[in-house]
Design a protein around this ligand. Sequence first.
Ligand code: GLN
Length: 310
Amino acid sequence: MSHAATPDYAAVLAQIHAEIEPSLGQGRVADYIPALARVPPRQFGMALCLLDGREYCVGDALVPFSVQSIAKVWAVALALRGAGEELWQRVGREPSGNAFNSLVQLETENGIPRNPLINAGALVTLDVLMDHVPDPVEAILGFVRGTARGVTVEVDEEVAASELAHSDRNYAVAHFMKGFGNIRHELAPLMRAYVRQCAIRMHCLDLCRSFLFLANHGVVPASGLRVLSHRQTKRLSALMFTCGFYDESGDFAFRVGLPGKSGVGGGVAAVLPGQFAIAVWSPALGRFGNSLAGIEALDRFTTRTGLSVF
Ligand code: GLN
């Protein structure tokens, strides 16, 4: 199959939207967080931001949604800035091959999570971040606003409260790691910060803008602001590539071929270094907790344009 040198991105997005429309709603919205269970499942939005400033949107790209685990990427970026190499004494860099909220490996691995993009790793990352900033969620919001021009981002306190009231599993993970000495702060403020980080709300276009620095080796293209070093950006992108979709990470790499990150709100953000960031949102999830239509849309995008890291 041959690919056009310069794809007509607007046409590609419109075509993908039309093709995916009939299958929207297959899968299930995240119902273990009651506030997310109420989100209408047939929504679909997609945004593409190129490094040269061009932006394309389709469908519900301007409808805000709960980013959930996508926020783990910003938290790792901030923790890398604050703690540097020390972060790797507390959390690993290997895919877990397990569900995002799994406990099983922690017992044999002494409370050291496999990577910072699963829940256990995100809790440790936040625990580390709390040593470096007075309010980690404010720091994350400030970081996100700094990575994109005009980004509208806020915490949905209703979603945060809803998750906090159903946090037994994450509390179990945190307690277990605290038993190994790998969580240092009190669990109540840690869990409050965690659910607020997950409850950050924004739309696809802003999410896409906020990931553009990862496509640009750590520098926000619009402002020239460096938010991570080239090496830190490489490392964070590698984590996204190998661990960004939990036990579906290998399949996402196989189908899409981009570093990316999902959340149970149905969002997926991905980057092609040197070229673009892309964000998709559709709330109905597959069995690994990743957006079914989101991954399908990205599979079609990289297949049709021939643009992936390969
Ligand atoms: N807030 C969710 C949780 O901790 C995030 C999980 C996700 O998006 N995969 O369960």
